[in-house]
Design a protein around this ligand. Structure first.
Ligand code: NAP
Length: 336
């Protein structure tokens, strides 16, 4: 029986949701509320891409072999180490009999993670390491409840793919950052980090403060282009003690009302927690976040902060993110 969440395509263990499944069936005939996509490109999420790249010592051909292997084994691009996926782009090739929202030929991007999207790959093409995008040929399935977006004609598709992969972060930053707040962003020079830094700099107002922490020289250079008063500091977020000192100095010992973690590396929970003031909030957008490390780590240093997990979905997140990029060509250039 067809399930709106896709339980009917789970091969093992039967009866669980697609995210929890070891293996999905991407090739079974289409159910009435499903749609099939002829896939053109995958955008792997940053934590997953980095893990695969490190595993094969930077050899991008070997990254492709890893991706082909995972998809063949699981029927989805669900990195077993990071537990994360990404998004994909393609054309609708088949529409279930009961579906009225899509027509064959429409260009779409999945907004639900690749960890829950049935996917079969024929081949992979060029890899763009900077954007974690891989040209691909294959097919994917949208369930009745799968989120997707129709590609807007006015923006570069590569940019859209990059922005929509991380569009939960700017939507949450928009909700959480209030005028007068002191905000610290880790991994601020990456894609989600730049979006959050740009939005925070606009929303904190003259009484507020934004401190952008970044590891790479390229990211630090990009941050200089963000308008507004942004304090930029070089910091390694895996070094909690040094990051604590850097944030203390930048904020005059006040620390942050809100910390946003956009780093793609594991081991950055404590730097984030120690960057917050007592009763502040830490928003972990990073997929490399460990719940145990965050929860037990906060307890271990007696830090009373609210920990917010980075739900990839927020209502209207895709439109919001694309509108921010449209309204700020300078940001589009940094993300492109
Ligand atoms: P990104 O563009 O790769 O940005 C990550 C940034 O963190 C880069 O600038 C990177 O610098 C920097 N960084 C790496 N190691 C660092 C360290 N030790 N200290 C400080 N900064 C460091 O990644 P993204 O696409 O914005 O994604 C960010 C995170 O969000 C990833 O973990 C990704 O998997 C996750 N994500 C979450 C969701 C969700 O729904 N919650 C959805 C999509 C993605 P370098 O350039 O030098 O590496």
């Amino acid at each position: 029986m067809e399930s709106p969440f896709g339980v009917h395509r789970v091969l093992e263990p039967a009866g669980v949701l697609p995210y929890q499944a070891q293996r999905l069936d991407p090739l079974a005939p289409l159910h009435p509320h499903e749609a099939r996509i002829a896939v053109e490109a995958l955008n792997l999420d940053s934590a997953s891409f980095l893990q695969l790249k490190q595993l094969v010592h930077g050899d991008l051909e070997a990254v492709k072999e890893q991706v082909m292997g995972i998809v063949a084994a699981r029927g989805k691009m669900h990195n077993p180490v990071t537990g994360s996926g990404g998004v994909l782009i393609g054309n609708i090739s088949e529409v279930g009999a009961a579906r009225t929202d899509l027509v064959v030929g429409e260009r779409v991007i999945t907004l639900v993670s690749l960890t829950t999207t049935p996917l079969a790959l024929d081949s992979l093409g060029d890899v763009d390491a900077a954007s974690h995008q891989i040209q691909a040929k294959g097919t994917a399935v949208l369930f009745e409840r799968s989120l997707y977006g129709k590609l807007p004609g006015d923006l570069d598709e590569k940019l859209v793919l990059s922005v929509l992969d991380v569009c939960g972060a700017p939507a949450q930053a928009h909700r959480l950052v209030k005028p007068g707040m002191r905000v610290v962003i880790l991994g601020a020079g990456g894609r989600s980090g730049l979006l959050c830094t740009w939005i925070a700099a606009q929303q904190v107002g003259p009484e507020g403060q934004v401190v952008a922490l970044e590891f790479s020289q390229a990211g630090l250079e990009k941050l200089k282009q963000v308008p507004g008063t942004v304090i930029i500091r070089e910091a390694n977020a895996t070094d909690a003690v040094a990051t604590h000192r850097i944030v203390g100095e930048a904020t005059g010992g006040a620390y942050a009302d809100l910390v946003i973690n956009c780093v793609n590396m594991p081991g950055t929970e404590m730097a984030s927690i120690l960057a917050a003031r007592s009763r502040g909030m830490v928003y972990f957008f990073s997929m490399a976040t460990s719940f145990q490390a965050a929860a037990l780590g906060a307890e271990s240093v007696g830090q009373d902060v609210d920990l917010l997990m980075g739900n990839g979905y927020a209502e209207d997140h895709a439109n919001y993110a694309l509108d921010v990029v449209r309204a700020n060509p300078g940001l589009a250039e940094l993300l492109g």
